[in-house]
Design a protein around this ligand. Structure first.
Ligand code: SAM
Length: 225
């Protein structure tokens, strides 16, 4: 088989192999920290944007939410549907830049370690009584720092309700993954080919450099409006 086709087939497994289903700094514990603060009433609509295998969506559904997982890569969604709780989630392939949902469709909008589009995420959240849960790199010193980041969300009516810095944990995670990739090189190369391997390693090396320079930090944030 063409090694690149094999890489594409196994791509969801690559990430689940490396970081687990909860593909964000802090892992499952961070997901539950956010769920405890997301004010999800039973039956409330929750959007997991950039869901990967929808670990957050499945955890929200397990707590009674009506969860929708969106990702740009359909293979990740298919893998998520087959995992525990996958049948309780709606799976939608879409680009988070332009979500196929009505204005105000969701009581809680989540975006963990994915591309963040503030205007679009805000559009699909309820105008009042909504929560927004983010797990992301937050600028530490450049671009006006964390204040400018929060000001951008404030333009869409959000104010910060809970915040948990995760920078040290994220740095340790990226470093551990780098070390793991190097240590398991023969395994990953055999399964996914050199190109995928090198791209992931370069990405992790860039993240570690950003953190060491102090130009980015990491946080979990819950906002409300
Ligand atoms: C690092 S993973 C995070 C996955 C998940 N949120 C979690 O915390 O477990 C990033 C995910 O975002 C998806 N993604 C990246 N850009 C996207 C976009 N513009 N629209 C939808 N999904 C996107 C990727 O395909 C990938 O599955």
């Amino acid at each position: 088989m063409d090694p690149l086709a094999a890489l594409a087939d196994a791509y969801p497994a690559w990430w689940v192999d490396l970081l687990g289903e909860h593909n964000h700094a802090g892992g499952a514990e961070a997901t539950h920290w956010l769920l405890d603060r997301a004010r999800l009433a039973p039956g409330a609509a929750m959007l997991d944007a950039g869901a990967f295998v929808g670990a957050a969506a499945r955890a929200a559904a397990a707590r009674g939410a009506r969860a929708v997982a969106v990702d740009i890569v359909p293979d990740f969604l298919a893998a998520g549907r087959a995992l525990d709780g996958g049948r309780d989630v709606a799976w939608v392939t879409a680009d988070a830049r332009r979500l196929p949902f009505a204005d105000g469709a969701f009581a809680s909008v989540w975006c963990l370690e994915s591309s963040i589009f503030p205007r679009e995420l805000s559009r699909v959240a309820r105008a009042a009584g909504a929560t927004l849960c983010l797990g992301c790199e937050a600028p530490a010193d450049g671009r006006g720092g964390l204040e400018a980041f929060l000001d951008e969300w404030a333009e869409y009516g959000w104010r910060l309700a809970s915040h948990r810095p995760l920078s040290l944990e994220a740095l340790a995670t990226w470093r551990r993954c780098e070390a793991e990739l190097v240590a398991r090189r023969p395994h990953f190369e055999a399964r996914y080919g050199t190109r995928g391997y090198l791209r992931q390693l370069d990405h992790l090396a860039r993240l570690v450099a950003l953190y060491e320079r102090g130009s980015a930090g990491h946080a979990l944030m819950v906002m409300e409006r």
